[in-house]
Design a protein around this ligand. Structure first.
Ligand SMILES: [Zn+2]
Ligand SMILES: [Zn+2]
Length: 466
């Protein structure tokens, strides 16, 4: 007995499918329509509904039956003792993918042949997707003609793409493995792989963010801990990815900030070194200072780093690291996850452009917001503040007043409730032997510096003052 399997998701079955089945039924003793579960494609109809629709549509053809399958196609074909796989071709564009699939199945099992069949020319335009789109537009009259059963018109008329779908129901790993699964309507219409983009954004945000907070700031500027040259190099590269200048330039500016904190000479104080009121001060501290001509002297502020071969090797390759991490790396990650140019470009938008935008504003907020708004529990000669919101987006750097009070401490979140993931990273490195000489503040030192009484309004310590 010659048996053929006609596999597909049939979401829903159309007259085009039915036409192919009738043709195959003339060539084979038995044709099995195998309805794939295919949850990855996010079908409009449940598997049971699709199967019921197929069953009903073919009940008048004696040598055709329906079945469900959820395994590798060739395994299923063997289990049904079939010799051939039938696939319908509507257009030349279908052929490319079908051809690869057929060759792959032949590789998996030499004895199984793939037969391509063309439906009647009136059905060549017809696909399950078109049936769904027409129904969604509210015109249900063509349904009876297009689809063998109009019981599902009501279901078809409800849009099947929801916001939840758009913001992330596609698993990039599954998608990368599934290959063709990617041509689900979502990817075709919106060019987005939301979950993949979110992951790419997060990975690049944390890499470049910790590069700045743990690397540029706590390691290179303040020597809050020691680590191996290789890890110093990795931190220098990760920090460079944030596009905030190379290690010596960033560290020189920041050491100068601590030397003159909120006095004349501070490169980015909202209180000094600029003309104008509070708003001007905020803009100057946030990013206006970047346009100032005067740069902190490397010879004066970072002689140690100029002698550091690891730092200087990374410094010389700063431009290369920026190009790789801003553009090439996210695009490549997007291309691998989606196998589409559009996927690569949208990954660049998230992993490159938007990621750098957010990392920049998080870092700049430490200079602006954290010298304007927040609590000041310690005696310091500057206007620094602890700001929990900046701590949240800035991986702990928002505990900036603590930091000005104890600049060498590797831990900025000195209280248990102060969010400081950069400290958790350094602590983990210390526990695993990757960091040593980790600087801490004793509770005695903290008590000594604690503000004796709450600051009076109008005094320098008042957090409501701008
Ligand atoms: Zn500061
Ligand atoms: Zn600092």
């Amino acid at each position: 007995m010659r048996t053929a399997i006609y596999p597909g998701s049939f979401d829903p079955l159309t007259n085009g499918h039915l036409d192919v089945v009738q043709r195959a039924a003339k060539l084979f003793d038995r044709v099995v329509i195998a309805v794939a579960k295919n949850e990855g494609k996010n079908p409009t109809f449940t598997h049971a509904e699709r199967l019921a629709l197929v069953k009903q549509a073919v009940k008048h053809i004696p040598n055709v039956e329906s079945d469900a399958f959820d395994s590798l196609l060739v395994e299923y074909v063997v289990s049904r003792k079939a010799q051939a796989i039938v696939r319908g071709l509507r257009a030349v564009s279908d052929f490319e993918f079908e051809f690869q699939l057929a060759l792959m199945n032949r590789k998996l099992d030499e004895n199984i042949e793939t037969i391509f069949m063309m439906p009647k020319d009136t059905y060549t335009f017809l696909s399950s997707r078109i049936v769904k789109e027409i129904a969604r537009l509210g015109d249900d009259s063509p349904i009876a003609y297009l689809s063998p059963d109009d019981r599902y018109v009501e279901k078809l008329a409800t849009p099947d793409v929801t916001i939840a779908d758009l913001i992330g129901d596609i698993d990039p790993i599954k998608a990368a493995r599934g290959g063709h699964e990617l041509s689900s309507e979502l990817t075709v219409h919106y060019g987005l792989l939301p979950r993949a983009n979110r992951r790419i954004f997060a990975v690049f945000y944390f890499l470049s963010g910790f590069g700045i907070t743990a690397g540029y700031h706590r390691l290179f500027t303040h020597r809050s801990f020691q680590t191996y040259p290789l890890i110093r190099g990795i931190f220098a590269v990760l920090g460079s990815m944030a596009i905030q200048g190379s290690v010596p330039d960033w560290v020189a500016d920041h050491r100068k900030h601590h030397a003159y904190a909120d006095e004349e000479g501070d490169p980015h104080s909202p209180h000094a070194g600029h003309a104008g009121g509070p708003l001007r001060g905020f803009v100057h501290a946030h990013f206006g200072w970047l346009f100032a001509d005067e740069k902190a002297s490397r010879q004066r502020y970072v002689p140690d780093l100029l002698d550091d071969p690891v730092v200087m090797a990374v410094h010389r390759r700063f431009a290369l690291i920026v190009v790789l991490s801003y553009f090439l790396a996210p695009v490549t990650a997007g291309l691998i996850a989606t196998r589409r140019l559009r996927g690569g470009l949208s990954a660049f938008l998230w992993g490159g452009a938007l990621r750098v935008f957010f990392v920049h504003h998080a870092t700049w907020s430490v200079n602006s917001v954290c010298h304007l708004w927040g609590k000041r529990p310690f005696e310091t000669r500057d206007e620094s503040r602890n700001n929990p919101l900046v701590a949240l987006v800035g991986l702990g750097e928002g505990n900036h007043h603590n930091h000005h009070a104890f600049p060498r401490s590797a831990k900025h979140g000195l209280q248990p409730w102060q969010f400081d993931p950069t400290w958790w990273l350094i602590w983990t490195m210390e526990q695993t032997g990757l960091a040593w000489d980790v600087q801490r503040v004793s509770s005695k030192e903290m008590e000594r510096k604690r503000v004796a009484e709450p600051a009076t309004p109008g005094a320098r310590g008042d957090s409501s003052l701008i």
